[in-house]
Design a binder for this molecule. Structure first.
Ligand SMILES: *[C@@H]1O[C@H](CO)[C@@H](O)[C@H](O)[C@H]1NC(C)=O
Ligand SMILES: *[C@@H]1O[C@H](CO)[C@@H](O)[C@H](O)[C@H]1NC(C)=O
Ligand SMILES: *[C@@H]1O[C@H](CO)[C@@H](O)[C@H](O)[C@H]1NC(C)=O
Ligand SMILES: *[C@@H]1O[C@H](CO)[C@@H](O)[C@H](O)[C@H]1NC(C)=O
Ligand SMILES: *[C@@H]1O[C@H](CO)[C@@H](O)[C@H](O)[C@H]1NC(C)=O
Ligand SMILES: *[C@@H]1O[C@H](CO)[C@@H](O)[C@H](O)[C@H]1NC(C)=O
Ligand SMILES: *[C@@H]1O[C@H](CO)[C@@H](O)[C@H](O)[C@H]1NC(C)=O
Ligand SMILES: *[C@@H]1O[C@H](CO)[C@@H](O)[C@H](O)[C@H]1NC(C)=O
Ligand SMILES: *[C@@H]1O[C@H](CO)[C@@H](O)[C@H](O)[C@H]1NC(C)=O
Ligand SMILES: *[C@@H]1O[C@H](CO)[C@@H](O)[C@H](O)[C@H]1NC(C)=O
Ligand SMILES: *[C@@H]1O[C@H](CO)[C@@H](O)[C@H](O)[C@H]1NC(C)=O
Ligand SMILES: *[C@@H]1O[C@H](CO)[C@@H](O)[C@H](O)[C@H]1NC(C)=O
Length: 840
């Protein structure tokens, strides 16, 4: 009863606090006049306000500084974030007051103190006369009677950094400021993230998630809010005074409201400006991480891997001289819409280091330098290089100019050295550093190696003679070595092929010389480039001046190592089917692996299927023919060849089209061969393309012919709908193409599912049957999926009754992003799709 009576009073208080009535508000708090709920302070020119705030309009109150008169409640500072005021019925009132000993104190209605401006109790100075003023900058300053600043909110940032605020990041080598985001927009309590300077180097800022590094911002090797790269015409400095390292940014007069926000819940840091016409905060330029599901997070690409953020979608890559180690660590958080780009456990050297003073260093440009460096000031570039190359435990070095990037750091320049594995490297736009990474001695040509030795100290003539002699000697050895290596590799491969192809019979397959391929592709000219994939580039070539071929050059840093290469060569050389792409030959060169295929002029299925201007080329008869062709090709792989072959990476871009628009399955780099007796297998290396991978494969790494059936089902639904499995946002209300198909099919609304460019002309019964078969193929339980021979039969015999597919559940409930995105929009889409599914 008492509570009921109090509620209207409380509501009134809240109402008056959010109403911007004509009454002019004070900007000062004096000892005589404490601030109570319902009152507020407003800065002189009206830009900031300080008042009590109840996020959920429940009876919890916090004291905040916020932008005044802003459509969106945007707090910039909070006092009692861990100890909210609970309005209790009966007696007293909460208040913010200046105490006799010149402190600010916030107390609740019972008179219990919840927050004070100073944690140490000051000896009571009853002098009085202290005043607290809310300034136009958003700073709340407590001054003593003689004007000395006793306390100011700018010295205690919470999750927002305002322009002109001096943020002392470290003091005497200790972290001085730790920013902590709100748990959510409505809950100011500390989230599980925190951000602070790295006290070991004073040269970078770390954001932690719990006790793990989440991401990292260096002050010198990337543009960020710390070095004026935040956008919004901001300028910023990081200053090392010896005792303190502080950070400050400013914006020109007359700029819109600007803030650096350490985002609620997500740990995202960004520089934002208020857009007065849309009444929204917009990201001004700087934001980290780029996305919570990209490789932009700490060490996402594993040791020696780097996240290439210059790509539209950041991807993990390996430096030259390294091969990728595929892995299945999906929790690394590197997945784009379409491809599982992580599942990379890092990179390994092609050749082990055997330390020598003449080890070459590869020059990686535009890099965010790795973590855990040793910084030595006071060195020239040459001294820095020497420091690293003469020390076997040094794996990399960089020489950075810090004055150009980040204000006045203690050292104008710096020599950075690394030992052991390199973690959290990134390729960044323009601002990155040159990073020199040690390679094994034999990897770089002798010319490059000799550039590094200090011939300057020798008599030039002697040096020249020596150089000439060694060059000659080296090349002789190297040439012999190369020849030898090539011969052995070729012999090995032939033996391998022979052993696979027991009968040793008519392989239409040849070894092609590297020179021939160089001639056929104009030395890998860009004008000949047909496509580019994770495993390398594909060129169009003309062999012997006449025969058109497609040449796949496996990139050195690609995951397709020698094993995958053999795999593909052996497999395709053995397979002959009109729906499989034909391998004509291969070439093994010490630095290159090349595959030569028949040339298919019409590119791949995705080139037509998903592009609105080309869709119409594939009318229903063509699409049905393509579905049947793919099915026959897979049937051959699974059942009709001598081996059981699981392709493992069926997707639209791996279906090539010939002149007659007949499909040809390509890319056998990931395929696995089985003996008939072994129906399924497990792998701890989940590779493939997200969306096409079956639940049991994604979850447990279990794959069988039924995983290919699943991928085929997805492909079939894509062909019918013209929608990509990886573009769920194209379908409103449904999280995923499969769920969408299932719901429309169940409700008999198949025409809604069909690609709009076909809708008028296609025979609905045939389309319905295809969707039905597709749904049978994508069932969660692999045992319920039909074999490919059954699929082929079902496609050909249009009157055979079909069983009813089970409702797909797995991908309906699992979030395709490994990390929960903070973005409200995304959450609401997910909520929507879940309810939509449950509601039916
Ligand atoms: C108030 O003053 C601050 C600091 O001088 C300035 O940045 C801001 O634009 C002013 N706001 C208004 C509404 O005049
Ligand atoms: C101003 O007052 C503070 C305490 O209120 C005192 O510590 C300080 O010495 C005073 N400064 C001057 C110049 O009087
Ligand atoms: C009021 O809302 C805040 C923020 O969501 C929450 O932390 C608090 O527990 C709520 N209090 C009550 C009494 O519900
Ligand atoms: C804050 O960061 C430190 C690392 O500096 C970490 O050990 C700690 O667990 C983090 N605290 C919270 C609450 O996340
Ligand atoms: C930056 O300054 C220029 C010149 O004053 C102005 O035209 C531009 O709008 C400003 N950009 C932003 C984001 O404020
Ligand atoms: C505000 O948003 C509108 C609409 O998005 C845009 O056209 C305008 O350029 C924005 N203004 C500023 C100052 O960014
Ligand atoms: C923003 O818009 C409000 C009215 O919508 C206006 O009063 C205010 O002056 C504008 N501020 C700026 C900086 O344009
Ligand atoms: C996967 O990666 C995360 C983050 O890098 C790491 O914490 C975890 O231990 C890894 N898990 C495995 C099984 O390697
Ligand atoms: C590394 O490459 C960059 C860019 O090409 C160049 O400016 C720099 O001089 C190179 N470093 C050395 C030591 O050659
Ligand atoms: C830097 O170099 C100067 C002159 O070469 C020397 O006096 C000084 O001790 C050096 N400082 C450090 C930290 O090595
Ligand atoms: C080589 O580098 C390591 C790590 O920086 C260091 O501990 C060691 O003293 C160095 N050795 C020499 C001979 O400089
Ligand atoms: C560092 O960069 C600044 C600004 O670009 C330049 O003035 C300075 O000479 C550079 N210092 C060195 C040591 O290269």
């Amino acid at each position: 009863m008492e509570e009921m009576a109090l509620l209207p009073v409380f509501m009134l208080l809240l109402f008056s606090s959010s109403c911007h009535c004509q009454s002019s508000h004070d900007d000062q708090l004096t000892q005589a006049k404490p601030l109570s709920p319902g009152d507020m302070l407003v800065s002189k020119n009206g830009s900031f306000a300080l008042d009590f705030y109840s996020p959920d309009n429940n009876n919890t109150l916090y004291m905040v500084i916020r932008y005044n008169n802003m459509a969106e409640h945007s707090p910039v500072w909070i006092a009692n974030r861990v100890s909210p005021i609970t309005m209790t019925p009966g007696g007293g009132s909460a208040k913010l007051a200046i105490t006799n000993n010149q402190q600010l104190a916030l107390s609740d209605s019972n008179g219990q103190t919840l927050w004070t401006s100073s944690t140490t109790t000051v000896s009571t100075t009853t002098g009085g006369g202290a005043v607290a003023v809310l300034l136009d900058s958003g700073n709340f300053v407590l001054r003593s009677a003689n004007g000395t600043v006793i306390w100011q909110s700018f010295d205690h940032p919470t999750a927002t950094i305002l322009p002109s605020m001096k943020v002392v990041l470290s003091h005497n080598g200790q972290v001085a400021t730790r920013l902590v985001p709100w748990k959510s927009i409505n809950d100011p309590s500390p989230a599980d993230f925190n951000g602070s300077i790295d006290p070991n180097s004073n040269l970078q800022f770390f954001v932690w998630r719990g006790a793990q590094p989440y991401f990292r911002i260096t002050f010198f090797s990337e543009t960020s809010v710390f070095n004026g790269g935040g956008g919004a015409n901001s300028t910023s400095v990081v200053v090392d005074t010896g005792d303190d390292v502080y950070f400050r940014y400013t914006v020109p007069d007359g700029s819109p409201y600007t803030r650096v926000l350490f985002g609620p819940q997500s740990g995202t840091m960004s520089l934002q400006t208020w857009n007065n016409s849309t009444s929204q905060w917009t990201i001004a330029g700087f934001q980290r991480p780029i996305s919570s599901s990209s490789c932009d997070l700490y060490a996402s690409c594993g040791p020696f891997g780097y996240c290439d953020t210059t790509e539209a979608t950041p991807v993990c890559r390996c430096p030259d001289g390294f091969d990728r180690i595929d892995g299945n660590n999906v929790s690394r958080g590197c997945r784009t819409n379409e491809e599982l780009i992580c599942g990379m456990d890092g990179c390994r050297r092609n050749e082990e280091l055997i330390c020598g003073m003449e080890d070459p260093f590869v020059n990686l440009t535009g890099m965010r330098v790795p973590d855990k460096f040793l910084h030595i000031g006071n060195r020239s570039f040459d001294e820095c290089a020497a420091e690293c190359s003469t020390n076997c435990s040094c794996t990399a070095y960089a020489y950075v100019n810090m004055s150009s990037a980040a204000g006045t750091l203690a050292y104008a320049s710096g020599c950075l050295l690394w030992t052991g594995d390199l973690l959290d490297m990134g390729k960044v736009e323009s601002s990155g550093q040159n990073l020199y990474l040690r390679l094994a001695g034999s990897q770089v040509s002798v010319a490059a190696r000799y550039k590094r030795t200090s011939l300057k100290i020798l008599l030039p003539v002697v040096a020249c003679l020596l150089l000439l002699a060694s060059v000659a000697l080296f090349w002789t050895c190297k040439y012999k070595g190369k020849q030898q290596k090539k011969k052995t590799e070729k012999r090995e491969m032939q033996e391998y092929l022979r052993s696979m192809n027991e009968a040793g019979d008519n392989l239409e397959f040849s070894f092609i010389s590297f020179e021939e391929i160089v001639a056929a592709t104009d030395n890998f000219s860009d004008s000949r480039l047909l496509g580019k994939g994770g495993f390398g580039k594909v060129y169009k070539g003309v062999l012997q001046g006449a025969k058109e071929v497609a040449i796949k050059r496996l990139s050195k840093g690609s995951g397709q190592g020698t094993e995958e290469f053999r795999n593909e060569v052996v497999l395709i050389a053995n397979l002959q089917h009109k729906n499989l792409v034909k391998l004509l030959g291969c070439c093994i060169h010490p630095d290159d692996k090349l595959l030569v295929y028949e040339y298919l002029p019409n590119k791949s299925l995705d080139y037509f299927l998903f592009v609105s201007t080309r869709k119409h080329v594939l009318q229903w008869p063509e699409r049905f023919k393509i579905i049947q062709g793919i099915a026959r090709g897979i049937q051959y792989l699974h059942q009709d060849s001598r081996l059981t072959i699981i392709h493992r990476d069926l997707k639209a871009s791996n279906i090539l089209l010939d002149r007659e628009m007949s499909p040809k399955i390509s890319d056998f780099g990931m395929a696995k061969i089985f003996n008939g007796s072994q129906p399924e297998a497990n792998t701890n290396r989940v590779v493939g393309t997200y969306g096409y991978m079956s639940p049991e494969y994604v979850m447990g790494g279990a794959f069988s012919v039924k995983s290919d059936i699943y991928s085929f089902g997805v492909l079939l639904l894509e062909i019918v709908s013209g929608l990509r499995i990886s573009s769920p946002h194209l379908i409103e209300e449904f999280s995923n193409l499969i769920i969408y198909a299932w719901n429309l099919w169940k409700d008999g609304k198949i025409e809604d599912f069909v690609d709009s460019s076909l809708r008028e002309t296609c025979p609905l019964d045939e389309v319905a049957r295809c969707i039905h078969i597709g749904l049978l193929c994508v069932q969660d339980n692999p045992n319920r999926r039909p074999l490919m021979s059954t699929v082929v039969f079902m496609l050909e015999n249009k009157t055979t009754p079909l069983s009813t597919p089970m409702q797909p559940v797995y991908f309906a409930c699992s979030d395709p992003q490994p990390e929960k995105a903070d973005d409200n929009k995304e959450l609401s889409i997910n909520d929507m799709s879940l309810t939509a599914v449950e509601g039916r």
